[in-house]
Ligand binder design. Structure first.
Ligand SMILES: Cc1ncc(COP(=O)(O)O)c(C=O)c1O
Length: 379
């Protein structure tokens, strides 16, 4: 399969190891193992961890206990046989789109979006139609536009709720409408929901897609909202037949998820309230700081504040450089890593991640302020 280079991942891999400061990450400040285990009975957990056999998981689709725990997150349509544990959401997205998208199919994907949500389907030969979220509409989706894109060959609609890079969401009414169309016209809806729990503003996130319809395939992860990206653990919750086919696909990619991660993911999901309390506290604090910062820097940015997640995607103003040039110069001079809109085929924008440690985040904002003010203010 001839797949396009993954722009944002390549960008991060080029610069990240030399960065001193970062606003490029998409997850909440990761837990240390110690910090995670301290949420429970540390001694007992330590003993349990030390006795885990470092073999393949049995079954390779994830332990029954983990699949059961994941299934319990969804209100409907999720039993153990509907769940496949994967190596991150990235593997989940890959297998769902790889299996469902074929030559001659139409796949409709939100745009801008994380590239994994459409490049695999494109490489499989499907025709990709983009459902564009426009900055002038505050990245709010126009469902009538989506309706016009659906044709008789539509096999899959790919949604990212909330969206990377914009942080915008689809409303519950809109999601229910899309799922009703899927049921009537017999296509599937992939809902990548890896930022779902990070509600900055209460009541804006719709329920998980899979809780609403059997035509929905939900993808989740321990990475973003849970701050546990190093577990490399995600999941698919979908129709039994599709889950089985994705498992067969996984035989060719990673075979099995890691038993250590399986154990820690069960522990984290059981303690999700404590985890989300810590993570939402960080996200909301940084969100408030960012909002105030943007108000002071309106000369440089047209911004639309996100409603969920730890990402936003402002447009640059009054800066005589492309977003890529700006990111490269700031990186060279200040060792501060940002992501340019070019990584999402939206030049002129910056993706700012604000899930990191609050003190570091404030330092990053000061560095960016100093740089912009010194070089471009009223010039
Ligand atoms: C929308 C989306 N899906 C999936 C992923 C991959 O996440 P994971 O670490 O779970 O593989 C990312 C990572 O940035 C993402 O933004």
């Amino acid at each position: 399969m001839n797949i396009k280079s993954f722009k944002v991942e390549r960008w991060l891999n080029t610069y990240e190891s030399d960065a001193d400061y970062e606003m490029a990450e998409t997850d909440v400040e990761p837990f240390t193992l110690k910090e995670l285990l301290e949420l429970g009975d540390f001694k007992k957990l330590e003993e349990q961890l030390l006795s885990i056999k470092l073999g393949y998981n049995n079954p390779t689709s994830g332990s029954d206990k983990l699949k059961e725990t994941v299934a319990s997150l969804y209100q409907h349509n999720a039993r153990i046989e509907n769940v496949l544990i994967t190596t991150g959401a990235i593997e989940a997205d890959y297998h769902v789109t790889n299996y469902l998208a074929n030559q001659g199919d139409t796949v409709i994907a939100q745009f801008p979006a994380y590239q994994a949500l459409y490049s695999t389907a494109e490489a499989r030969g499907a025709k990709i139609k983009y459902w564009r979220m426009k900055p002038e509409n505050e990245y709010k989706p126009d469902i009538n536009e989506l309706k016009r894109l659906i044709d008789e060959k539509t096999k899959l609609i790919v949604l990212n709720i909330p969206n990377n890079p914009t942080g915008a969401v689809i409303s519950e009414v809109q999601l229910k409408t899309i799922l009703k169309w899927a049921e009537e016209q017999d296509f599937y809806v992939l809902c990548d929901e890896v930022y779902h729990e990070l509600e900055l503003i209460k009541g804006v996130v719709p329920p998980y897609g899979r809780s609403l319809s059997k035509k929905a395939i939900s993808v989740g992860s321990m990475s973003k909202a849970y701050g546990l990206s190093g577990l490399r653990l995600g999941w698919i919750v979908g129709p039994k037949g599709i889950v089985q086919k994705c498992w067969e696909g996984k035989d060719y990619t990673t075979i099995s998820n890691a038993p250590l991660s399986d154990f820690l993911a069960i522990f984290a999901l059981i303690n999700r309230e404590k985890i989300m309390h810590r993570n939402l506290t960080i996200a909301r604090k940084n969100f408030k700081t960012l909002l105030e910062w943007f108000k002071e820097h309106e000369y440089f940015f047209d911004y639309i504040m996100p409603e969920v997640g730890v990402l936003c995607f402002p447009k640059l103003r009054n800066i005589p450089l492309t977003s890529e040039e700006l990111c490269k110069i700031i990186f060279t001079e200040k060792k501060l890593l940002l992501v340019p809109g070019e990584c999402f085929d939206m030049p002129g924008h910056l993706r700012i991640g604000f899930g990191g440690d609050s003190k570091n985040f404030n330092t990053c904002l000061s560095i960016l302020s100093d740089y912009l003010n010194k070089n471009f203010r009223n010039k």
